[in-house]
Design a protein around this ligand. Structure first.
Ligand code: MEV
Length: 315
């Protein structure tokens, strides 16, 4: 049995279908090559110590049963509880990407911790079991979410995904010609998801029709991605952005970067994730020109590659 294990999980970028995927529709997501590292180490006794320096957690002593834990360790604790971990343990997390970007750091941590625990106990979960436990852990903490980010962290690559993991379909795609621009503003996903939920309560028919249109865009884009028809996918991204603007989840900052990318000749550009801030993505055959335009419009260009490997044990 292992005494110490190090795993890593990729971050993610939503390509198309955000928000609609919370309501039974499909989305497209890609894993990115900036990773979250999690080290799990068995220690003597029954104490559990958590270190997550990226989010200001240093030697936090978790007492099983303790409900009142700092924000930075909530996903680790939910994963420990759902796994039913017993015994002394030290958990350390370290990310290659900022938790501000919306790359899915909470999901990546949750998957990483569960993978460590399964390796340390030789439980050897398959991907679906890992997904189900991770999804339960995330819902325990934030109450809402489709789980698409967990699927990206586990399977990696580029995926078609339906709410709650009803469908997880690895797609055959080449590396996407993506440029990513960060607005400098951290979005609050839970607040935005709840806002959309209220909007849907108030105007059910209008919002459901919007989600139906997004579903069609996602299905078309899935074919376009597999065929490498970037121009077509770019156009569909623009259409998806229109729907997101009507849903009022975009922002001035996102609009500025998206417009700059399009005016500089990108095939398409849209927000990626919950909206309200975080990142936008553009598809382009001119990454240098588009990056320059995004930077000029006040964005921070983040260099990532799509289709990264899913969760893995590091040797
Ligand atoms: C957030 O990154 C994407 C949403 O669709 C929420 C989710 O799918 O969990 C808004």
């Amino acid at each position: 049995m292992r005494e110490r294990v190090k795993v890593s999980t990729p971050g993610k970028l939503m390509l198309l279908g955000e928000h609609a995927v919370v309501y039974g529709r499909p989305c497209l997501v890609t894993a990115v090559d900036q990773r979250m590292k999690v080290i799990g180490e068995k220690v003597r006794g029954s104490g559990i110590t958590i270190n997550a320096p990226d989010v200001g957690i240093h030697n936090f002593e978790y007492k099983p049963g303790d409900e009142d834990v700092p924000k930075g360790v909530r996903f680790v604790v939910a994963a420990l509880k759902n796994f039913g971990w017993q015994g002394g343990l030290k958990i350390t997390t370290a990310s290659e990407f900022s938790s501000e970007f919306g790359f899915g750091s909470s999901s990546a941590v949750t998957v990483g911790v569960l993978k460590c625990l399964s390796e340390l106990s030789e439980a050897k979960f398959d991907n679906k079991r890992l997904f189900d436990l991770a999804y339960k852990s995330v819902l325990d903490v934030q109450g809402v979410g489709s789980g698409f980010d967990l699927a990206a962290a586990i399977w990696g690559g580029t995926l078609g995904f339906v709410t709650g993991g009803k469908k997880i379909e690895p797609l055959k795609t080449k590396k996407l010609p993506l440029v990513v621009g960060y607005t400098g503003i951290k979005a609050d996903t839970t607040t935005l998801v709840k806002m959309v939920s209220q909007k849907r309560e108030g105007s059910r028919k209008i919002v459901e029709e919007m989600f139906d249109r997004v579903e069609l865009l996602v299905n078309e884009a899935k074919v376009g991605l597999e065929e490498g028809n970037w121009e077509q996918v770019g156009g569909l991204m623009n259409e998806n952005q229109k729907e997101l603007e009507m849903l009022e989840v975009s922002s001035i900052e996102l609009f500025r970067l998206i417009t700059a990318a399009r005016e500089a000749g990108a095939w398409g550009a849209k927000l990626s994730g919950a909206g309200g801030g975080d990142c936008m993505i553009a598809l382009t055959d001119n990454p240098k020109g588009i990056s320059k335009a995004i930077a000029k419009a006040g964005g921070i260009v983040i260099n990532v590659s799509s289709g990264a490997e899913g969760v893995r044990v590091e040797r």
